[in-house]
Design a protein around this ligand. Sequence first.
Ligand code: DAK
Length: 257
Amino acid sequence: MTYTTILTETRGRVGVVTLNRPKAMNAFNQQMLGELFDALEAFDKDQAIGAIVVTGNEKAFAAGADIKEMAEASYVEMLTAGHVQSWDRIRGIRKPVIAAVSGWALGGGCEFVLSCDMVVASESAKFGQPEITIGVIPGAGGTQRLARLVGKYLAMEMVINNRTLTAQEALQFGLANRIVPVEGYLDAAVSFAEEIASRAPLAVRMAKDAVNAAFETALSEGLAVEKRNFYPLFATEDQKEGMKAFIEKRKAEWKGK
Ligand code: DAK
């Protein structure tokens, strides 16, 4: 597949997508959004890939939706353009998606990060929802996912008063898994992803699905999802192999079967 607004590469069992509109601070126009999700879906289907990293450049992960593209849009155009469906495609990705964030992750950029499964932040990463400064509010899950992650008061401050978080604050408030030096931040994210990609693929898939249920359901329903995802793993070769390997004191060899 040929893309014009993103770059893709594979490193071992990791698929890497790089947002590539540096002159626009990687703002998401419709084309980049479409290409990003096409690439994610292609990696998701590829048996040779175990985890996916999405990154930008050192200065900007993504500065949000493309304001120049949206500025003159009418209510009806926004409503009928299928934006919500586009942004929601991230929810269909079954493999772990890791955001490798350096520089600005703003607006839709921050919301995309909030939709990822794990976040590696460089020391220069900055997260924020500045939509209020252009007369709107987050539209791709920012008000909901932020509030669930960082709590009501900080989410209010970020959404209503454009408070941005440094990498340190992001780590403190649960918006990042780890902070790494700017130099080599992508390599660090890829090795983290490689570790994840080396784990039993079907169990990883079930685990991601179950953890995500915690954000969408009542506890009893979430616990039911966990059970529904736990038992079928006993029908996999990987479960037999994993437990046998433990008993035989050797490393398991996963087949994804
Ligand atoms: N859109 C378009 N162009 C952008 C951009 C953006 N979001 N952010 C930056 N750029 C462009 C700038 O216009 C500039 O272009 P030229 O003037 O050189 O042509 C170039 O990138 C470099 O930017 P700056 O000169 O401003 O660079 P600085 O280092 O001074 O500042 C900055 C970097 C990232 C702090 C600043 O550019 C900035 O504040 N950018 C805007 C951030 C922002 O407001 N983001 C929120 C956008 S609204 C939806 C779901 C989601 C959304 C919408 C709909 N539906 C489901 C319907 C999401 C909405 C948003 O994200």
